[in-house]
Design a protein around this ligand. Sequence first.
Ligand SMILES: [Zn+2]
Length: 259
Amino acid sequence: MLIDSHCHFDFDIFDDQRDVLMTQCENHGVLGFLVPATTCLSWSKLQALAAHYPQWRAAYGLHPYFLRESQLAEIDLLGDQCEAAQAIAVGEIGLDCWPGSVDINIQIDFFSRQLLVAKSLNLPVILHARKSYDLVFKCLRETKFKRGGIVHAFNGSLEQAKRFIDLGFVLGVGGTITYSRAKKAHRVLNALERSAFVLETDSPDMPLNGFQGQINTPLSIPIIAEHVAQIRGETERQITAQTYANLLRVFPKWHEGLL
Ligand SMILES: [Zn+2]
């Protein structure tokens, strides 16, 4: 089955169309959704939606890009939240060095503390890393975090990919690879082992080529799978089966959850 391993399906923008989209996804074979949280304020809505839709799995955490709205004290609540809501991962956490982001030392503090929470719960993490791979490796090393997870929207080199894979991570492959100009991403994707990646949309963000300016939805997953198959010279069936197997390997709690 096809899974969207990273979508913000809890965002308000989907409130009016969520049920319709869920039905459409089912009709297109997209049968699972991993929804990572962004801010503490969003946790309760996500928890309620994940309880409502048996196809959803949730991760809880404080997203690096939204830390202006966050306080360190919220991390004290994270462990209980993950346990009460049967989280399968801690996320979306990481470091974002894009202009306009919060001071990097503050980000590192939040990230490292959340890695320690994940470590104490023995949960994998959903990593958000933008222009920050070396710093992310440093935090993983310093916290001795070895439980792995997903590197969301990976766009690094093959060497960086291998470093993450050695630490138990798989790489999130999404809409970027539908653009013909993304030559480096195509080369890296083509060189990866089958066991190294999963599919994701980052809905409502990261629209596919040809859909710029539109709201992205998990309905993009079959199109992404088609592109991945073409780039790697494999069949869509192989991509579907292998990415599902990869997801279950990284998230052994996938089938425990809320069913
Ligand atoms: Zn995200």
